[in-house]
Design a protein around this ligand. Sequence first.
Ligand code: ADP
Ligand code: MG
Length: 869
Amino acid sequence: MAKPTSFMEQYKAIRAECKDALLLFRMGDFYETFGEDAVIAARELNITLTARGKDESGEKIPLAGIPYHALDAYLGKLVKAGHKVAICEQLEDPKKARGIVQRGITRIVTPGTIIEPSMLDEGCNNYLAAILQEGEALGLALADVSTGEFMACELLSTGDALSSELAKFRPSEILHPASLKGRSLEAIDCQRAAVQAFSDAAFSKEATGAALERQFGEGWAASSSHTALALRAAGAVLNYLHETHLDAIGHISDLKPYFSGEAMVLDEVTLRNLEIFRNIRDRSAKGSLLEFLDKTETAVGSRTLQRWLALPTLSLETIGRRLNAVEELIASTLAREELKFALDGAGDLERLMGRISCKSANPKDLIALKNTLLRLPQICRSLESSESDLLIDLREELDPTSLDEVVDLLERAISPDPPTSTKEGGAIREGFDQELDRLRAALRDGRSWIADLEAKEREDTNIKSLKVGYNNVFGYFLEVTKPNLSNVPDRYIRKQTLSNAERFITPELKEMEDQVLSAQERSIALEQDLFSSVRFEIAASSQDVQRLARAMGELDVLLSLATVALDRGFVKPRIDRGGGITLRESRHPVLDLAMRGGFVPNDVHLDREKRFMMLTGPNMAGKSTYMRQVALSVIMAQMGSFVPASFASIGLVDRIFTRVGAYDDLVAGQSTFMVEMTELANILNCATVDSLILLDEIGRGTSTFDGLSIAWAMTEYIHSTVKAKSIFATHYHQLTQLARQLPGIVNYNMAVKEEKGSIVFLRAVVPGASDKSYGIHVAKLAGVPNQVVKRANEILSEIEQEMVLDGKTRSRANRYTQLIFFDEGVAAGPDPSPEDPLLDDIRNLDLDATTPMEALNTLSEYQKALKKR
Ligand code: ADP
Ligand code: MG
């Protein structure tokens, strides 16, 4: 580009380079924003909006600026608010520039490309995802630029595969080809992420192939095990990083293949219902399983724990190795204490290395790297007597000898307590570079010569009050007060007159000053060069450091799991492929802790035969809690943790589905019932015999009659066709009759005791169906008039006697259902009207040959017909 002749020309050219970003334009000590950008920046950052000059049409140009040293804080706010921010720097020293200072964009910061520690949550990964689709297949790549993690896979676009995958990693930014449409785009759009339509060309085979070769070397793709779609997604990520000027990414040294089939699937709804990462109430981490389990000492450990929790494995071997390691750590108090001590306060190796590769690491970062590497021998010593395979492997991976050279270089090159920036000088250690030492000596000599000058000149001139001073205009000077002026020698050159003193210089003083200033300038420039080359040299070890970081993260998680298991009295689960779940004295880990001993433990037993538990009991009896604790125990076991029980045996679960008949969704403006049915459809379509299905009060979103029918049909389908292990908590205690017809269904209920007309919750799960729904008790407690309560009891007992849905008595039952639910206006009493033809339709529905979608459509027709009456 030709050198711009005016500032405006330069600005416009740069502005055009980053159309969809907000541009921060460096001018001296400020980053300025102009025009539309200024209006946005002023609003988002709460800074003053002013105006500068006029544009072609004579309008004033809005302007808002932020001081350069506060960039990170402001940048963080802008990116968090969803803006893409381009940073334009001065590329030459303004003092030396001729004409307009050369400027250019050095970074475009987006939510998925942050490397600044102040903008990242240290315990969380920050993923950038790219997705493309071809036919039914999807390519998905995920990169965390701050840590160097990079992985890709291919999956099917059917069902909720994509949203489940995204729910695991919660990327902060998602890229897709501009041409992507349909369900996959919808799945992307409902993530809490910045979504970027990226050019189709950037996803092309050619462009992505070239990007991968640039990053991993020629011919790499051919020898990798990735599918073409996975590779293209990964290449698109690299292309995007390039576009944001993140080119120094040597720490992204490998693209890991990963298969969504290696981990248990926990979809978004399930993660939310089980409060894995956040609670349901205020969406914070408080009370979540993550918070409960996280006793890690390091940020790497905390991120590793999150990953384990999001991806409980399906590998018996991995689970076994982890459990054995946890068991061993539980047994050795000494090893635990030593490891805790060695890990506490360790630096974030992954992100330190990320910053080193991206050239943004400062001197303190390098010292943090060194100090963390120096902890390794202690960590390895603590693991010396380990016997479990995983701990032995980790000890080997944590062996520091491969990084001796790095430690040695850091030791020699960087001052032990350096400044944050290389601009101040003092980052490079004495003795590392001869030239630097010489410049520093010159600097010291010059300064001490000047410091000595005062005494020497006082003696020579006999002026006792003579002073040496410094200001920015003249540099060093000698100051003599008015009464002493007669004693000033001729060699002094007058520079400035003050009210009661005069200031002088001497040729020697100026010479020494030049020496000091040039030595200072040169030594800082040299230090910056040296620092950059040390940083560059260390970046070459990024792969080793990252391997180490990962090992350290795993060790930290194992230690955390051991600590929690010990504190809370957890048991080591037995894991197999038997398809059963047996828990004795099982507890809900989080509630058990919160209730300090008040929690009542319960047993669970499900297997391939008795696989469906119908759980009844009044509101507040503890049904939801019970189901959650079963799911949490399975997740914990498969991530390698001990579980809250006195005995646990768990057959690998490939996926957990939960569905709570919630009313919260009403707030989101969606029809609760539609949401509920869509999710049910998903469960029925995706669950396998190895899945665990937890249904909590399904059918609440519609009339009792609809709800009961759906629940009934669902139960039959899950029991006989899907055959997954299931627990169904329901207030339709009519469903308990199914246990008589279907061999895999067992009834349980939450025991309660009636005492003086009120209910006492025993919190115990006992065999059998609950005999009452207790709704009327609650009505009574709530102060509903006695007459109504009495009448309700009468009606209830009549219905209970007769509403047996086994064929013969159905029409009578129907009559009551109609009476109660559809014919509210009609006075009580037998209704002679003939049976509703709709009921016959329902009865004749062949559920085995009906897809959930068809069922939903049919239902909707019924509903329409009913509403018309
Ligand atoms: P339900 O789903 O039957 O309405 P919940 O599972 O929501 O009941 O439980 C209601 C409350 O009962 C919980 O908030 C908890 O305080 C308490 N609770 C549940 N299970 C237990 C238990 N096993 N021991 C002690 N308290 C429990
Ligand atoms: Mg409940």
